[in-house]
Structure formats: structure tokens, C-alpha cells
Design a protein around this ligand. Structure first.
Ligand code: SF4
Ligand code: ZN
Length: 315
């Protein structure tokens, strides 16, 4: 027969993992993915008694899977509170849809849900910012940095997430980054030659003044997250953001996907190697002190935080 069977039982397989050589059925695929997420949590971000877990929920597949997993793993722990936080960046034709899906999902799981917008926090939307962007690029022009929409969006979103998470007393902030995202970021940091940023990116603790960022999906390939989301009828990104990713990340993504086809396990090795390297780097590096931004008071490593720099056109 043509049916390929699961390596762990005799049911038909629904997925092949080139990097492990395993064919898995639905049940064993779930088990495998959930085991990886739990292992990542245990090894890197142990959840403690009375933790308040905030989950950054965009309404896309990755953060939806992250929320579902946290709910599956910790949902019946009476001492642990899970709260989803969605940020409305104000991107016409894109965010409204994903916010609706985020609301559906939290209602379905019975999870508390907070929605905050760029407009209410900053007085402007991402769409406003991208139309002003030409102006702002001049301020960074001396550094010859290519700051795409996603740089602004990411910094400004991270700030609101941190403020809201702190306001509700969160002790952890779950982010849906998957293996592909992590591997791309590792490569990008290498390409930029930015060692301090590598260490900072990896700091899984309060040292940087931010709430501990937890990434349960960082060892799980994007394709598998997509399949898991599909099989659980979770939101799938059907529309894409009009302010697309930076050109460099796109290139790196394409390159890594090519490597993964020819050399399965490349993304995983990149992330693992990076994890092993960071403690060695951190030991020999003076990471600048945490201060408070003179404008907003949020933690940063300069006199004015990146978000305020981005928002202050007149700096
Ligand atoms: Fe923001 Fe970039 Fe994501 Fe669009 S693609 S929502 S600009 S981070
Ligand atoms: Zn099976």
C-alpha cells in the first residue's frame, strides 16, 4: 500500500519531518510538538507557582498556537493566571481581521483579553508612521541604518506590551516566535556583526528591564506551527501586512529555507549554536546599564528609549 504509517503507531502519517526522519500521525505529531514546547519552557523559562502569564496575541497562527499551548499546559493550574494582550498597530485592511480572530480565540478558550492600540498610546497609527517615515529616516541617517516599518512597529509594540504586562502584574510575557523567526534573527545579527545585540536578544531575564520574554515555539519549525494551527482550526494568516518585512530579512528567510531543504536541521543548528555561544559572549562583554527613559520612564540603555526617539520627530 502507498499509505505511509506513523513511526510510533500504525495509523497513517500526516507529516514527515526531514530533520528527524520521522513520519507521524496526527496524535503523535501533537505529542511531538507539545513535548518540544514543554521542554523549551522547562529548560529556558520555568513557569513558577503564582506566575501571571501574559501572552502577546496578534491573531496570527504563531501567537494563537502559543496561547493554545499555554492554555493546554497551565490552564487548569488554579495558581496561574493567563491573560492575552493584543496590540492594534493601526494597519488598515490587515489588523482588524486578525484582532477579530484573536477575540474569537480568547472567547473560545475563556481567556482574559486586553486590546491596546498605537492610537490610544501614541496618538498615531502604524499607517500614520509609515507615511511620516521619510522624515524620520533622516534622524537615523547618520547611522546609515535601514529602518523599515517593522523596526518601528516592533519597538513600539514591544513597549506597549511591556507596559500592559507590568500593569496587570505579569511575571512572564509569551511571544510566538518560531524556529524560523529565531534562525533568521540569529543570521541577521551575524550579518550586522552586532555582538551586544546578540546577547541582549537572548537575555531571557529581567536584566534588561523588561518582563521575562518566553518563547515556547522557538524550537518548532514554522511549517509545523501552521499545520498544528490548521488542525486545531486556529487563525491562519490569510492577509499579509502591507508594510512588508525588511528586504534583508526576506533574503535571509529565502536563503535559510533553501539550506533547510538541502541540509535538514540547519535552522535548528543555528539556534542551538547561538544558545551555546551567548553565555560565552556575555561573559566577555560589558552590557550597558539599564536606565530610565527621560521622556517616558520606561527601561532602556540610553537617556531616551528607542520608542520615544522614533516618536519624537523633532529630536
Ligand atoms: Fe508591523 Fe512589520 Fe508585522 Fe506589519 S509586518 S505588523 S509592520 S512588524
Ligand atoms: Zn502515531
Amino acid at each position: 500500500t502507498m499509505t505511509i504509517k506513523c513511526k510510533k503507531c500504525s495509523t497513517p502519517s500526516i507529516i514527515y519531518q526531514p530533520y528527524s526522519g520521522l513520519h507521524l500521525c496526527e496524535k503523535h505529531f501533537y505529542e511531538d510538538l507539545e513535548r518540544k514546547a514543554k521542554l523549551t519552557l522547562r529548560q529556558r523559562y520555568p513557569i513558577k507557582k503564582n506566575d501571571v502569564i501574559a501572552v502577546a496575541l496578534s491573531g496570527g497562527k504563531d501567537s494563537s498556537v502559543a496561547l493554545l499551548l499555554m492554555h493546554k499546559i497551565f490552564g487548569n493550574r488554579p495558581d496561574i493566571r493567563i491573560v492575552a494582550i493584543t496590540i492594534d498597530e493601526g494597519i488598515a485592511g490587515y489588523r482588524n481581521e486578525s484582532i477579530a480572530r484573536a477575540k474569537e480565540l480568547t472567547a473560545r478558550l475563556g481567556i482574559e483579553h486586553i486590546v491596546k492600540s498605537f492610537r490610544e498610546e501614541y496618538g498615531k497609527t502604524m499607517d500614520d508612521i509609515t507615511s511620516e517615515k521619510k522624515l524620520m529616516e533622516n534622524h537615523f541617517g547618520d547611522e546609515k541604518k535601514e529602518l523599515g516599518a517593522c523596526s518601528y512597529c516592533g519597538v513600539l509594540r514591544k513597549k506597549i506590551l511591556n507596559v500592559v504586562a507590568r500593569d496587570i502584574g505579569a511575571t512572564k510575557l509569551v511571544i510566538g516566535h518560531n524556529l524560523d523567526d529565531e534562525a533568521q534573527t540569529v543570521m541577521l545579527n551575524h550579518f550586522r556583526g552586532d555582538v551586544e545585540r546578540m546577547v541582549r536578544f537572548s537575555a531571557a531575564n529581567e536584566l534588561d528591564g523588561f518582563i521575562v520574554r518566553v518563547k515556547p515555539l522557538r524550537k518548532i519549525p514554522e511549517k509545523e506551527i501552521a499545520l498544528y494551527a490548521y488542525l486545531h482550526d486556529l487563525p491562519m494568516e490569510l492577509t499579509s501586512c502591507p508594510h512588508s518585512f525588511g528586504a534583508l530579512r526576506k533574503e535571509v528567510r529565502r536563503m535559510l529555507n533553501g539550506f533547510e531543504v538541502n541540509h535538514p536541521g540547519t535552522k535548528y543548528s543555528l539556534v542551538r549554536g547561538f544558545d551555546n555561544m551567548v553565555p560565552l559572549l556575555a561573559a566577555g562583554l560589558e552590557v550597558s546599564d539599564i536606565r530610565n527613559c527621560e521622556i517616558c520612564g520606561e527601561p532602556c540603555n540610553d537617556s531616551i528609549c528607542q520608542a520615544c526617539k522614533m516618536l519624537e520627530k523633532s529630536i
